[in-house]
Design a protein. Structure first.
Length: 95
């Protein structure tokens, strides 16, 4: 399973969220494929402030265990509250 998150901007609260969520993702079996960073636009338009985060998960169950965990929902996720509109989607990876 692959999760792609559309991050609106790296503000101080988003940076704190980013640091706190890394260990939690890894503890649930997830790994980061890409975390923001510079991009090279090849076609179309891309907002200059917008970044993508891509993580890989061993199973949908592992991802759901992370996403619905009390630690993520009650402690980590609220850190980014009010920092923008987020789009998070799950995709089945090629085997």
């Amino acid at each position: 399973m692959v999760v792609i998150a559309d991050i609106p901007a790296f503000t101080p609260p988003v940076m704190e969220y980013s640091q706190r969520v890394i260990e939690l993702v890894e503890r649930h079996g997830g790994t980061y494929v890409m975390r923001g960073g510079p991009l090279e636009l090849l076609e179309g338009e891309w907002p200059a402030h917008q970044r993508l985060v891509v993580s890989s998960w061993p199973s949908l169950e592992a991802l759901r265990a992370f996403w619905h965990s009390e630690e993520y929902q009650q402690v980590v996720k609220p850190i980014r509250a009010g920092t923008g509109q987020y789009h998070v989607a799950v995709f089945a990876a090629l085997e």
